[in-house]
Ligand binder design. Sequence first.
Ligand code: R5P
Length: 291
Amino acid sequence: MLIIGCSGASGIARNIAKKIECRFSQICSNKFPDGESYVRLMANARNEDVVLVQSFYGEINDKLIEVIFAGYTAMDLGAKKVTLIATYFPYMRQDNRFNSGEAISTEIVAKLMNGCFDRIVILDPHLHRKKKLSDLYEIDALKITAYPLIADYIKRNFMKDNPVIIGPDEESYKWAQTTAEQIGCEYSILEKKRHDARNVEVKFKKKISLKGRNVIIVDDMMSTGHTVIETIKKLKALKVKSIKCICIHGIFIEDALKKIKSYGVEVIASNSIPNPVGKIDVSWIVATRMQ
Ligand code: R5P
């Protein structure tokens, strides 16, 4: 197997290659002066089982073009099989036409991937209305999850606090509920109404007493931070003792991390996207599923 680290995931790709003891190479990607993308594979792909590793944050569209060019090129150069591992995969939330004329980007991006890979492996994809990757992909598509790592992190660090797990919305139940069940602690899932990207409301479905409790908010991702901030406000009103927030994908746009921390809470994420609180290393879980 030849593991190729793309621009958003070279560190994780190197770790994965080390863990499964296979060849590692880094992609060369650049920009022409007019903004067009330039991509070059630096290792011989012929007859190889090529695995590209990418995390799609920041300049998301550039990172997409990069893997499209690299995937096609590996095939063109005679690779036996070409796989994309995405530690964070984008465009998963626009999985429907909410207003007339909208592009259903989740489906379109899946079609693009079908054209340039034999297989795709996605760490904790934000599947909501589409329940399975096979509802989207024609190629072999595998979902892997880092929630056991979150459960393990809580077990090792916070179990003495007898924590309560809170999922800020129905979509988070997969991560919050499963984590709580795995470590054997109480949990509650809130209801969320999203008015727009930066305006959300959350509420408890039923009355719950959390006074004096240590609470851990668990979600798949934190982006603008508004979901978690509204949840923190609700929890503070209930006079909880302490709040921690844990997610897999720490996107943290628009100074989100600083804003969330300003409420005096501890924030922990995985390193599926490089970020300053990425304490949970996902490379082992990805490597295990690649063998
Ligand atoms: C949405 O359903 C997800 O589970 C997250 O709650 C959401 O994407 C977080 O976004 P933001 O931080 O921008 O509120």
